[in-house]
Every structure is written in C-alpha cells, then in structure tokens.
Design a protein around this ligand. Structure first.
Ligand SMILES: [Fe+2]
Ligand SMILES: [Fe+2]
Length: 166
C-alpha cells in the first residue's frame, strides 16, 4: 500500500485555508459542532480507515471529497425541512455547489453524492474513497451525537459512586 500521509495532509491544509471552505464554520452540525470541524474530522477518519483496511486511495480526491461532502451551506433548522428530507436532499445540493466552486472529478462528485447511502438508495458509493467517506461520516456523526450522552453517563456514574461511597 502506498498511501501518502504527506500528500493527503498537504491537500487537506490547502482546503482548510480556502475562504470558501472556511465559511462552513458558520453552519452548525450535530451537538455544538460546525460543518468545518465535522468535515475535517470526516477527512481524518477516512484516511485512518483507508490505512486500517489497507486500501489504496487517491489522497487528493479523498481529501477533497471528504472536505466538501457537506458543502450545502444552509442552516437545517432555518430551512423548515424534516431531518429525513435534509438527509436525502443535501448530498445533491452539496455536490452541485462544490462542483460550481471547485470543479470536481467524477469520483469526487460520487463521494459527495453517495455519502448518505443507503438512505439515498439509488446513489451508492462507487469507489473506495466514496465508501470510506460514507463510513467515516457515520462514525463521526455517531460520536458527535454521543458526546452529550457520554457526559450525562459520566455525571450519573459519579452520582452513583457518591451515593455508594457516602
Ligand atoms: Fe451529510
Ligand atoms: Fe457529514
């Protein structure tokens, strides 16, 4: 396997410095995260998974697809749409916006279009990179959702301990 962490990191940093991508900081994600942080976490996780699985990937396309997978640029709550509707519609919106601003390859388009699969049943991931982003997105989102829950469990555990010890 010949994946280059340097090449991936270089591309990631180029993207993170782009003012159009920095704008993603203004859009909230699950539980206090924002879309910029979320996309960076998904990019990191995608590369980690590629390494774990021993999959050869294109570093640049993986970084770009991951960083742009949620490039829809609206606040979900302000749209008056259901979570389901957002879930099924934002990949196409993100893909169109990202293609307009960054001129995507076909693989990058599919990484973005397929990242909610199997929810978007007719648009599956068609490359290793697209599968990795699809998996990493679910993994990162689950952790973002779980964060407050973990805090509650810790507090509850501490209370239980106090009661037991007192
Ligand atoms: Fe998404
Ligand atoms: Fe996402």
């Amino acid at each position: 396997m010949t994946n280059s962490r340097e090449l991936f990191q270089e591309e990631l940093e180029r993207l993170l410095a782009d003012p159009r991508i920095r704008k993603l900081e203004n859009f909230p994600q699950h539980n206090g995260s924002n879309t910029l942080k979320h996309c960076e976490a998904v990019a990191e996780r995608s590369f980690e998974l590629a390494e774990k699985l021993g999959w050869d990937i294109d570093e640049k396309e993986l970084a770009r697809g991951a960083m742009l997978h949620d490039y829809y640029q609206y606040v979900i709550k302000e749209q008056g749409i259901s979570a389901y509707k957002h879930g099924t519609s934002h990949p196409a919106i993100a893909m169109r916006k990202a293609d307009k601003d960054f001129k995507l390859t076909n693989k990058e388009k599919n990484i973005i279009r397929g990242h909610m699969w199997p929810l978007t049943f007719l648009h599956p991931p068609k490359s290793r990179e697209a599968f990795l982003v699809c998996l990493a997105d679910k993994d990162v989102a689950a952790k973002e959702f779980a964060k407050p829950e973990i805090g509650k469990v810790r507090k509850a555990a501490k209370r239980v301990k106090d009661i037991v010890l007192d």
